[in-house]
Design a protein around this ligand. Structure first.
Ligand SMILES: Nc1ncnc2c1ncn2[C@@H]1O[C@H](COP(=O)(O)OP(=O)(O)OP(=O)(O)O)[C@@H](O)[C@H]1O
Length: 277
């Protein structure tokens, strides 16, 4: 951990209980730097979404999820705190894969969280709505129809609206769960451009299945395999000079994974690497 760390996990373990318990994360310790975009990549089922959601306790929505270890937001242990859960989730926002507008106007989709969390005048809300719609490059497209239902926008516009809604409550960290995968290529490009701009100002942690997207957007990459952290580094080193055989195989496209596999020796080291150190 350094002074630049915005959020980090410490020996995080998540198990889904059931007929057959699944250890989705197995002792993951990783740090995410401030004002950087970190991509979480790895084969299907390796624990990417579980890691992302554990950063704001969203995985707790699953009743069979058990967690051990800790997540620190700054110095605060988010699993051992008196801070109310809605406040933790305000501080660590989450944008899901499927763009969904609230059944409200475009204006109120953005103002929604601010109205719940703060005491704003109408003029302040007007400013806030414009500021965040501009941040996600949507203002020019919607400024003349702010009272129209958000749901009437295109899917790509709704995804940018979701980003604006998440940002309007001023999170410290933004979690993005495959936010372009449900979009057509042009909309996906617009969302990518938005993320490219936002990462100057925000700490963003993004799950992606696209290696090209990770290469284009991410400052740092972390690679999970069978619930363990295999490699974490800056994006260029990750793709040009991967340190682990498992990473090299994955980067080359060997992505098949089976949970009955034994983790590789590399993946099972006691001290998982920490991003960008
Ligand atoms: N609610 C649940 N109950 C039981 N097992 C679960 C549950 N949610 C996830 N899992 C299992 O935990 C493991 C990790 O799942 P997770 O969704 O975090 O992986 P992922 O890397 O995001 O997968 P994908 O790339 O396919 O979205 C998988 O084996 C998955 O089947």
């Amino acid at each position: 951990m350094t002074d630049d760390t915005a959020i980090r996990t410490d020996d995080l373990e998540v198990t889904y209980t059931g007929n057959r318990d699944v250890t989705a994360l197995d002792g993951v310790s990783v740090a995410f730097d401030e004002n950087k975009l970190t991509a979480i990549i790895g084969p299907s089922g390796c624990g990417k979404s579980t890691l992302l959601k554990s950063l704001n306790r969203l995985h707790e929505i699953q009743p069979n999820a058990e967690i051990d270890g800790e997540v620190y937001l700054g110095d605060e242990a988010i699993y051992d705190t008196d801070e109310p859960l809605p406040e933790i989730r305000r501080r660590v926002g989450y944008v899901p894969q499927t763009p969904t507008a609230l059944p409200l106007s475009i204006y109120n989709n953005v103002a929604y969280g601010a109205k719940i969390h703060g005491d704003y005048s109408r003029a302040e809300l007007d400013d806030l709505v414009e500021r965040y719609l501009r941040k996600v490059n949507l203002w020019d497209e919607v400024k003349d129809r702010l009272e129209d239902p958000g749901a009437e926008l295109s899917t790509g516009q709704i995804q940018r609206l979701c980003l604006a809604r998440s940002l309007a409550v001023e999170p410290e960290v933004l979690l993005c769960d495959e936010v372009t995968s449900a979009l057509d290529p042009i909309s996906a490009e617009q969302v990518e451009e938005t993320l490219e701009n936002l990462k100057e100002e925000y700490t963003i942690v993004m799950v992606t299945h696209s290696m090209d997207q990770a290469k284009r957007l991410a400052d740092d990459v972390i690679f999970l395999y069978l619930g363990e952290l295999v490699e974490a580094s800056d994006t260029r080193s990750f793709f040009e000079n991967p340190q682990h055989e498992r990473t090299r195989e994955f980067v080359k496209g060997h992505t098949a994974v089976d949970y009955d596999d034994e983790p590789s020796e590399e993946a099972a080291t006691d001290e998982p690497p920490v991003a960008s150190r």
